[in-house]
Design a protein. Sequence first.
Length: 202
Amino acid sequence: MKPRQLSILAGVSYLVIFFAAIFGNFFVLEAILASPVETVTQNHMMVRFGILAFLLTVVFDVVVAWALYALYKDHFLSGLSTYFRMMHAAIMGVAIFALPMALRATTETEILRQVDIFNIIWLIGLFFFGIHLILLARIIEKPKIISFFLVLAGLMYMIDTAAHFLLPNYDEYSSLFLALVAIPSLIGEMSFAIWLLVKGRR
C-alpha cells in the first residue's frame, strides 16, 4: 500500500476504535454499573453489542499497529512501539472474556465482579499502551503539538494504572485521574487520527 493509503487506513481505524470504545464504555459499562441485574437481564442485547464493540476495538487496534509500522518502519523505534501496542490489544482481548461471564451471572455481586475483572485487566493493558503513545510521539515528531499531547496522554495512562494499584484510596481521586487521562488522550489521539486522514504522509 502507498503511504497515503496507509495513513487513511490508520486514521479511519482510529475513529472506529474511538466510537466503539465510547459506546462500550459510556453506554454499556455505565449501564451495567448503574443497574447490574436489570441491564444484564432486560437489556442483554445492548450488553452483547457492547462486547462486539470492544472486540472491534481490538481488531482495529491491530490494524492501526500494522499501518503505523508500515508508515514509519524506517524509524528505529517503530518496531518497539508496535510491540507495545500489540501487547495492549492482546491484553484487551483477554479482558473482554469477563464480559460474557457477566451475562451468565445472576447476582449483582457476580456481575460487578466480572466488570471489575475486565477493568483491572484493561488497566494493565493501558500501561503498555501509554508506552506506545510516548514512543509514537517520538516517531512522528511533527506536528509538535500532537506529539506533545501523545506524550502527555501516554504518561497519564501509565500514572493512572500505577495509581490504581498503589493508592488504597484511589476512588477518592478517580474523577481527577479520569480528567487527567481523558483530556490529553482525547486531544492527542483524536488530533492524530484527523491529521492522518487529512495530511498524514502526503
